[in-house]
Design a protein around this ligand. Structure first.
Ligand code: ZN
Length: 474
């Protein structure tokens, strides 16, 4: 049975033609960045039928007639899949497919599982996955963004059961890792934060929450090339109305080549598939004027506590995607199911775009992420390059936020080391004893984690965990 396509049941504005010229990868200065953002899919008034999704770059899956359906699908979009129904659905998908592995990674204080779904032609160990191209998809860090999770559940099912040559080819060469519900306690309470009231997506540096710790361990152990973090956002009819917006890591310590790949993921893989489905796209955090021109930035900076940036600092091609929540169009105001289906549909299409980058670029990305790790190690050992403690790819850092001659190591006292040892291990930061009797520990910059070490340990960094002592090079 082919999956029903909610886009067909409603009439949406057609996405505007994309600018012919490729956008610059890295902009310096907000004005320049806004100018380079380009005209996103404009929300015009001309009605046009959505194109046949089978003709899109990443077409519909070919599913058996008895393929499991989410409770959301069964309800036609009237109800979100409950956590209990998610368990039944994943078990049914696992039973129907020989491509799926289900693992419980952790259990929240309230007793709810954080689960990993691993999809591939064979079930591989983390070490084996790390040697091949892979993508990590994290869904529902924020518990009140339900369509993010629904899209992920459908994509898991589609990958597990799709008989198309496209999907079989993808899964023979690459592994897809999905955490459908990063924050189950937040989903149960319909809150943004977790059960302790912490915003998990501001915890990817300090790693104080079980949820962020779990994601960090996955990135460390499976070493994915692509990491996509799926969210929803509340838009505005006048300036912030794109159906699906996305953003790459803006933190300035991210390898520039991998940032360029993340921009490519957004513009050349996510956008075309979403727009071919009849939906509009844009840049997360950017408001648009009446002609589609960028007029302000309201979110989406280089904050290293945000997963989009944190995974970029670990040499992955990272991406944030967000479906627009509000019913801005009359058809969505008249029927909440139309709104819900649009939100889920755009997330499914955006994920298909990301999977298409894994399928067509996975081997290259495997080599490039390895090369970025080697280059970071070389720069750190030599004391070369700069370290940014602030700024973003569209906002030059203040002079006092740049380390132009970065240290070659940091030294932690025994007490400091005890406080941060678990966090450093989750970030895959290597340490060595100094050999001194005081139990102090050295953190060399000559390692892949060069870009994140000063953000954790330099007292000048905004969110440093401890003020370690920098060791000058030479
Ligand atoms: Zn969110």
């Amino acid at each position: 049975m082919r999956r029903r396509h909610p886009a067909r049941v409603t009439v949406r504005p057609a996405a505007a033609a994309r600018p012919a010229a490729r956008r610059s990868m890295v902009a310096v200065g907000l004005a320049a960045a806004l100018a380079l953002t380009g005209a996103p899919g404009a929300a015009g008034s001309a009605a046009a039928p959505a194109p046949d999704p089978a003709a899109t770059a990443a077409g519909d899956p070919v599913l058996p007639a008895d393929a499991p359906r989410t409770a959301f699908e069964e309800s036609g979009g009237a109800a979100w899949t409950s956590l209990e129904e998610e368990q039944d659905f994943l078990a049914a998908v696992d039973a129907a497919s020989d491509r799926v592995g289900l693992r419980t990674l952790a259990t929240t204080a309230a007793g709810r599982p954080l689960q990993l779904v691993q999809v591939g032609s064979r079930q591989l160990s983390p070490r084996e996955v790390a040697l091949r191209p892979s993508i990590l998809i994290t869904c529902l860090q924020h518990g009140n963004e339900p369509a993010a999770r629904e899209g992920c559940l459908q994509v898991v099912r589609d990958l597990a059961l799709d008989d198309s040559a496209r999907t079989r080819g993808l899964l023979s060469r690459a592994t897809v890792l999905v955490v459908p519900t990063v924050n189950p306690d937040g989903r149960a309470a319909n809150t943004r934060a977790n059960a302790d009231g912490v915003d998990v997506n501001r915890d990817h540096l300090a790693l104080e929450t079980l949820e962020a710790q779990t994601v960090a361990a996955l990135v460390r152990d499976y070493d994915p090339e692509l990491v996509v973090d799926v969210h929803e956002y509340g838009g505005r009819a006048d300036v912030y109305d794109r159906d699906l917006i996305r953003l790459w890591p803006r933190n300035l310590n991210v390898d520039e080549g991998l940032r360029a790949r993340a921009v490519e993921l957004a513009e050349d893989f996510v956008d075309p598939v979403v727009e071919a489905g009849g939906w509009s796209t844009g840049v997360y955090g950017i408001w648009n004027g009446p002609g589609g021109e960028p007029i302000a930035q309201v979110a989406g900076d280089g904050d290293e506590r945000i997963m989009r940036n944190a995974v970029g600092l670990k040499h992955t091609v990272g991406q944030l995607t967000e479906s627009q929540v509000r019913a801005l169009a009359p058809d969505e105001q008249a029927d909440p199911r139309v709104n819900a289906n649009r939100r889920v549909e755009t997330n499914v299409l955006a994920l298909r775009g990301s999977l298409d980058m894994l399928r067509t670029r996975g081997g290259e990305l495997r080599r490039e992420t390895d090369a970025a790790e080697r280059e970071a190690t070389r720069l750190g050992a030599a004391g070369e390059g700069r370290i940014a403690l602030g700024g973003a790819d569209n906002e030059p850092p203040a002079a006092d936020r740049l380390l132009l001659e970065p240290p070659c190591a940091y030294v932690l006292t025994a007490e400091q080391h005890e406080a941060v040892a678990q966090t450093l291990a989750l970030h895959d930061v290597a340490t060595t004893p100094t050999g001194e009797a005081d139990g102090s520990v050295e953190v060399p910059m000559g390692q892949p984690a060069r870009g994140v070490i000063p953000l954790l340990l330099d007292e000048r960094a905004t969110y440093a965990l401890v003020p370690a002592a920098p060791v000058a090079c030479g």
